[in-house]
Design a protein around this ligand. Structure first.
Ligand code: TXA
Ligand code: MG
Length: 330
């Protein structure tokens, strides 16, 4: 498939959904809005399409992808859903939760999607147009966040275009993402469930549904059984990296720094500033986080000072992403 110099951006309506479904069926790549962040979707059963997806993102091959399906029945046909997964799915699907499950033989999912693991990450998105596309194209969609590997996740169609225009076939513009931060990843593939990535569903809410604490998995942890790969390989220490250096939990910004603020009390500062939520609302802050990092980074400051953000609820996922954005680059 030949790429145009610039990828076409269409607003989401019935016609563009049909067009997107056609592109997917032909093995193409379509950036789609979801409630968390924009995803770059390809037919999860088409190995060539998935390979092109890795290529477009410049993503390391060992990093497995989330498969998106329209409902739990579709998930059941691809993977084994145990009691814990059943409870979590009932409570949070459709929505910002990804379950890592034991994959079924013969599901037809490309081995590139699972990066050779015996497990499969599945999510049922809540976004109207993501769901409409899943139904229209009638196949499971592999969809990582629609950014160049290592960049900040996109929460608008313009962010996607900035990273991937000319490298993919189509962008569907559904406006800014409501949640603004990626899904929570919980491993239900064996033993008691563990959280691999904090995200749009808080650990506390998941623990209430399960009525037991989640084990901590994730970042760099190596699977002890058959898989010599990180449990959630996407959780590389330096992910979501803006060009500017990030200083976290700052009380007093330095001259020349950009400021990422949170809450009503902002220290005196002259220079670029964005407040994630003047009311101190963590939901609003999550929705604004990636756009704010991009916007401040575009100002060209060497450093971004970030005020302290509380760790409860969605604050856990926000602080996780900030820590990764602040980590030293490889
Ligand atoms: O909200 C989201 O999850 C977005 C939207 C587009 O759905 N997608 C997203 O995908 O964030 P991605 O590829 O950027 O992140 C997927 C995460 C990575 O941390 C990856 O390592 C983990 O899920 N993952 C995927 N399959 C896995 C598996 N079989 N075992 C463990 N972790 C897995
Ligand atoms: Mg990502």
């Amino acid at each position: 498939m030949e790429y145009l110099a610039e990828t076409q951006i269409l607003s989401t309506d019935n016609v563009s959904i049909e067009k997107a479904a056609e592109v997917i069926r032909r093995g193409g790549l379509v950036a789609i809005p979801t409630e968390t962040v924009y995803g770059l979707a390809a037919d999860a059963r088409n190995g060539i399409a998935v390979a092109r997806l890795f290529e477009a993102k410049g993503r390391p091959r060992f990093n497995p992808l989330i498969v998106h399906v329209p409902d739990i029945e579709a998930a059941r046909s691809l993977a084994e859903i145990d009691d814990a997964a059943e409870k979590l799915a009932a409570a949070f699907w459709p929505g910002p939760l990804t379950l890592v499950l034991r994959r079924r033989q013969g599901s037809g999912i490309s081995d590139l999607v699972t990066a050779g693991l015996s497990t499969l990450a599945i999510r049922v998105p809540a976004h109207t147009f993501a769901r409409a596309l899943l139904v229209a194209c009638g196949r499971p969609l592999a969809a990582p966040s629609a950014n160049r590997s290592g960049h900040v996740s996109p929460t608008t169609a313009q962010h996607v275009a900035a990273d991937l225009s000319g490298r993919i076939d189509l962008i569907l513009d559904g406006g800014p993402c409501e949640v603004g931060i990626e899904s929570t990843v919980i491993d239900c593939s064996g033993g008691s469930p563990s959280i691999l990535r904090p995200g749009g569903v808080s650990a506390k809410a998941a623990e209430e549904v399960l009525q037991r604490p989640l084990k901590q998995g994730g970042a760099g942890e190596v699977g002890s059984t058959d898989q010599q790969a990180p449990r959630s390989p996407g959780q590389l220490a330096s992910h979501y990296a803006p060009k500017a250096r990030l200083r976290l939990n700052v009380k007093v910004p330095e001259p020349g720094e950009a400021l990422l603020a949170f809450g009503p009390e902002v220290p005196p500062h002259c220079g670029p500033m964005i407040n994630l939520s003047e009311q101190g609302d963590l939901r609003e802050a999550a929705a604004n986080l990636f756009a704010a990092l991009r916007a401040l980074d575009a100002k060209g400051c060497r450093s971004i000072a970030v005020l302290a953000i509380p760790g409860e609820g969605l604050g856990e996922a926000i602080n996780d992403r900030l820590l990764r954005a602040a980590a030293p680059r490889p």
